[in-house]
Ligand binder design. Sequence first.
Ligand SMILES: C[S@@+](CC[C@H](N)C(=O)[O-])C[C@H]1O[C@@H](n2cnc3c(N)ncnc32)[C@H](O)[C@@H]1O
Length: 459
Amino acid sequence: MVAARAGVHRDTLLRWLREAVVAEPARDRRGWRVFTESEAARIESFAKATSNSRSPDPRSSIVRSESIERLYEIDWDFADAKTAYLTHGLHPYPAKYIPQIPNALIQELSSTGETVGDVFCGSGTTLVEALVLKRHAFGLDANPLACLITKTKTTPLSAAERSSLLDLSHRAEALGGELSSQTEGSLFGPALFQSRADRPRAEDLPFWFEPFVIEELAEARAWSQSLPTEATQRAALVCLSSIIVAVSKQDSDTRYVRRAKDVTPGETLRRFGRSLRLCSRMLAELADIVEPRFTSTVVNRNILEQPESPVLDLVVCSPPYPNAYSYHLYHRTRMLWLEMDQPTFKRVEIGSHRKYSSKSKSAATIETFRSELHTLFAWMRKALRPTRHACFVVGNSTIGGRVFDNGDLLSEVARAEGFVEEARLKRHMLDSRKAFNPAHGKIKSEDIVILRNARGGAL
Ligand SMILES: C[S@@+](CC[C@H](N)C(=O)[O-])C[C@H]1O[C@@H](n2cnc3c(N)ncnc32)[C@H](O)[C@@H]1O
């Protein structure tokens, strides 16, 4: 009766009760629910508010909960899945998730032609999958390098553009090969190749790079910047960025300490050439699959500043969480060469070790993260279409020796900001996976928390 009065299916009302979106009434002796007049009126007005929201949801709630049921059937470990197809393997990115995760969520929780957003887009995994599945893609990240990578991975190039990347790859491999053979044949050590190109003015450049690597990187960067279109320049710079940690003295992608490496003259240009060749092939595959009518928009913003966004039909993301990673450090040597504003990113980066490990009184705590999450969900409640989903892939954090369950925290804050938790899926990480470093980030399993925007409003 109450469902009919509210104009919703009985199953929808049962789901609202289960999720505590509407209050549970008292029951009679047979266990049947007995709604008072004011409880029924509240349900009626909740149903009206949901259906009056900005635009009607084309998919019924019953279909939606079947989608959630299907999500529970999936084995989220994806232990043997191939993860580097299309452009996914173009550039390393700490804590990037495997494409199978956004793929499954996008298929179940959105429809063709809708807009899927990732507000911590990192290297753009969600956006690539959104385009492949015929959705528009929106990505946001405070890290300018993340935006450059994402834009490149989601922009198909024309055949002419791809051939200019290939030409450059031949040029780089030829000079790299020449420099390598000169070194091997010389009794007096390598004759230093000197590039006439500009190089970054950072004082610590020689601390992080061998002198001959600096010359080769300067040459490769100047070549990239002289390519004919903005998209090819961007792609070449991403290829350059992808090899920088390997040819530098930075220990690894997730350790910002110096150590000696065995980089030889010519190697930098040869690596750059190889990366360009792979990139050209990957972007050809992307162009074959992605229809030009599906667009990808990427913005370099701090999510906590409430940036503008298109109306999103689904959000799929993996947020930065306390004390897990420090992207501003891991990417510093790359950002030097790309002349990106690293200090600004450092200031706004959520979760970085630097903010949590400080001994000062102003060091961040779990309450810092809670307050950032409130700001995030207040923004998302307006940016995400009412009744639609936001999916978060999160692990736990360790701060000062204490473990915090970020899934619980996220869900608690989201509920306070007008979301309901529809599902929490578990996923286990294999230690052999490179994408995460469990010892470093203290991550052994992850939750996929699926929230629904229970109310809405204009942005
Ligand atoms: C776990 S990573 C996302 C990885 C991504 N899912 C992928 O597959 O590549 C989290 C991202 O949050 C970004 N981030 C940190 N603080 C931010 C902020 N204040 N606003 C927007 N993005 C931020 C980081 O730069 C990082 O790229």
